[in-house]
Design a protein around this ligand. Sequence first.
Ligand code: 5RP
Length: 235
Amino acid sequence: MAQSSEPDPAKLAAARAAVALVQDGMKLGLGTGSTASIMVRELAARVRAEGLSLRCAATSKATCELAESLGLRIESLDGIGWLDMTIDGADEVDPDLHLIKGGGGAHLREKIVAAASKRMVVIADPAKVVEQLGAFPLPVEVLQFGFETTRTLIRRALEELDLGDRDVLLRLKGSEPWVTDEGNWILDLHLQCIPDPVALARALAAIPGVVEHGLFLGMCSLAIIGKPDGTVVRL
Ligand code: 5RP
């Protein structure tokens, strides 16, 4: 994952503020996406400069490759066990710190790693902060087996929540389905708004064929929002 240009200053500010929370000896979860990649680079630079001893688990193959290329040692999540902190990006953050994640298709591993962490810190630029979740299409990872059945069941669940008539689109790479690290497919739910994230999360989780949805409710304890001038706001 090469970084061809200067990092976005708002993402860099958020990433630096999160990396400043890291202490020697910590067990860390490393998120996925462009903001998380900046954080991994900043973390690796701090480890090199200060000789920190950390144990890290990655939330995707891409993050694992990037971290290892920068000299960070990645271990399996089960090998490390409970994590002190996970630092990850998000596609949307609402005032209750509920999130939409999965724009990069890694929300399944991201949610497992976050659930294994005492603390989930989200890093983001101001465009990710919203009053109500849902403008960003909600990613739902589904099994390939019977995926049209799963899509129909999702549409029925949306209708029951008065969210019918919305696009439920298979994520593509070129003309082929985009495949996750776990070999599954992703349906992106173009909902426009999610009035009741808890009810939607419950309904999606109950559908056979749904592996994991991108609603992260009550998991994030701190969101660090970077600004283009290099300052941050903590939510
Ligand atoms: C990947 C994610 C990312 O954290 C999310 O998409 C934000 O990415 P970026 O920092 O590139 O905007 O959930 O599954």
